[in-house]
Design a protein around this ligand. Structure first.
Ligand code: F6P
Length: 501
């Protein structure tokens, strides 16, 4: 049935975007959906009523409603690891027991933040947050987007094992006024543990009293954090069933809650909960994450687009593309279906992107005239993130909207083909009322559910990530045994560059 639904979709006639609005005057009302502070516009994609019906049939064939219910019920939807995926419970949606646990753990986090604000842990001006992947990208995005003037606490988020990253952050901070948050779901990730050890050394060398008393652990493995030396009272646990790249809502969001204040963190959660309810309860025809997944599936699986580009036309959202890279590619970059059999087509597109207007002067040439079709997503905000002359925000939005129109309509040039624009290139625009905690929470939850909806349509598990393990295993073996048993290229590299380290 799945194959049949896909085959039917692939035979449907394709419209041309150049004349799409002339051909269907109702198009805007059909393919624009406003959900709270977010307005989704798919009218400049190739979506048609026929395609919608085809994808709705595919969603049915793939048991979309049942899999969505299973997600929210806290069932073991992560089949390869026999685990639930309970990020919605962190926002108060889903299995009652998990929601209660999340609330209790949030209460504990809030109490620690209150204590820090009351100087109970000594003077604190800086937070050095150490974590990688899902333990860094989400908090980094939120703090960067919402911190504003950053007058509460200075936050540095260090992920890379390259000591340069840590050294640069330490150079900015006074060790006597710094708290270190060690963020790791497993509390075993080598990059994080090495960075954390070096950060403690930095405090020791600076003569800070009781450096371990300045450590806060954000983890789903509290025993490991205690073994490592963190005081039980400084451990902020989160539920094991919250996946790493879905964990910013849990104690992994500690830097955001500290830097922005608890009310803002709560608003972020509430914004996400609003999107949870929309995804769970709304009709598939009006369901933003599901419709976005239909568009993704059309370009990736039917038209064979290998990438999709995301451009934030708002400096506050400059980290969104890298956040989405982990969310989408670590979740859906898979080669087998839920039952372990090989997938029958492409899975996740390569997500890439940047910020407007910078990207226009760097990569947009290829989007307009290159030979690969790349669906583009623009994200912008009606309200600016600055108090300068409104001309800035106006220019930003004008450029954003102009790019979408240019990609769609193109421009002929019979005299000089180098100056012709083919057009018929799709884009989606997500317009926020403003980049508030609520809107950002809803936007991120939208992307999470869209990723899940894509996985359902492809019949894959978005919640494991075994692909990252082999490289880690080989790195461990090089650390342990040096250049033994590898190919000549790897052996030569190890001997040349690691000999003296
Ligand atoms: O190696 C990939 C990964 O497991 C990600 O999925 C995760 O977000 C990251 O490493 C960090 O893991 P942890 O939070 O356990 O340190």
């Amino acid at each position: 049935m799945t194959r049949a639904a896909l085959a039917t979709i692939s035979q449907m006639p394709q419209i041309t975007l150049k004349t799409v609005f002339a051909d269907d005057p109702d198009r805007l009302s059909k393919y624009v959906l406003t959900q709270g502070a977010l307005r989704f516009d798919w009218s400049k994609t190739h979506l048609t009523d026929e395609l919608m019906s085809g994808f709705l049939a595919l969603a049915d064939a793939q048991g979309f409603a049942a899999r969505r219910d299973a997600l929210f019920a806290g069932e073991a939807v992560n089949v390869t690891e026999g685990r639930a995926a309970e990020h919605p419970a962190e926002r108060g949606e889903g299995n009652a027991e998990s929601v209660a646990l999340a609330k209790a753990l949030h209460k504990r986090m809030r109490a620690l933040i209150d204590a820090i604000e009351a100087d109970a842990l000594g003077p604190v001006r800086h937070l050095l947050h150490i974590g990688i992947g899902g333990s860094a990208l989400g908090p980094d995005l939120i703090v960067d987007a919402l911190e504003g003037d950053g007058d509460r606490y200075d936050v540095a988020i260090v992920s890379n094992v390259d000591g340069t990253a840590l050294e640069r952050a330490m150079d900015r901070f006074d060790p006597a006024a710094t708290l270190i948050a060690v963020a790791s779901k497993t509390f075993t990730t080598t990059e994080t543990m090495l960075n954390a050890a070096s950060a403690i050394n930095w405090m020791v060398e600076a003569g800070v009293d009781d450096p371990y008393g300045r450590i806060i652990a954000l983890t789903a493995a509290p025993d490991k954090a205690m073994e490592w030396g963190v005081d039980e009272t400084r451990i902020l646990p989160f539920n094991e069933s919250v996946g790493g790249r879905y964990s910013l809502w849990s104690s992994i969001g500690f830097p955001a809650a500290l830097a922005l204040g608890w009310d803002a963190f709560e608003s972020l959660l509430e914004g996400a909960a609003t999107m949870d309810r929309h995804f769970r309860l709304s009709d598939p025809r009006e369901n933003a994450p599901l419709i976005a997944a239909f568009v993704d599936q059309y370009y990736t699986r039917i038209l064979g687009c290998e990438t999709r580009a995301v451009f934030a036309y708002d400096e506050r959202l400059r980290l969104l593309p890298s956040y989405l890279q982990q969310l989408e590619m670590e979740s859906n970059g898979k080669a087998v279906k839920l039952d372990g059999t090989p997938v029958d087509g492409p899975t996740a597109a390569i997500t890439w992107g940047g910020v407007g207007t910078d990207a226009q002067h760097a990569v947009f040439q290829l989007l307009h005239q290159g030979t690969v079709l790349t669906p583009v997503e623009f994200i912008a905000s009606k309200e600016p993130g600055n108090s300068l002359d409104p001309a800035h925000h106006r220019a930003l939005l004008v450029n954003c909207f102009a790019q979408g129109a240019a990609l769609m309509q193109g421009k002929d040039n019979d005299v000089d083909p180098a100056r012709a624009y083919p057009g018929n290139r799709p884009s989606t625009t997500i317009l926020l009322d403003d980049v508030t905690p609520e809107a950002l929470g809803a936007l991120i939850a939208f992307y999470e559910h869209r990723t899940f909806a894509n996985a359902v349509l492809m019949g894959i598990n978005p919640f494991d990530q075994f692909g990252v393990e082999l490289g880690k295993e080989i790195a461990r073996s090089i650390e342990a045994d040096g250049p033994k048993g590898f190919d000549p290229s790897t052996m030569a590299l190890i001997e040349l560059a690691l000999g003296d380290i």
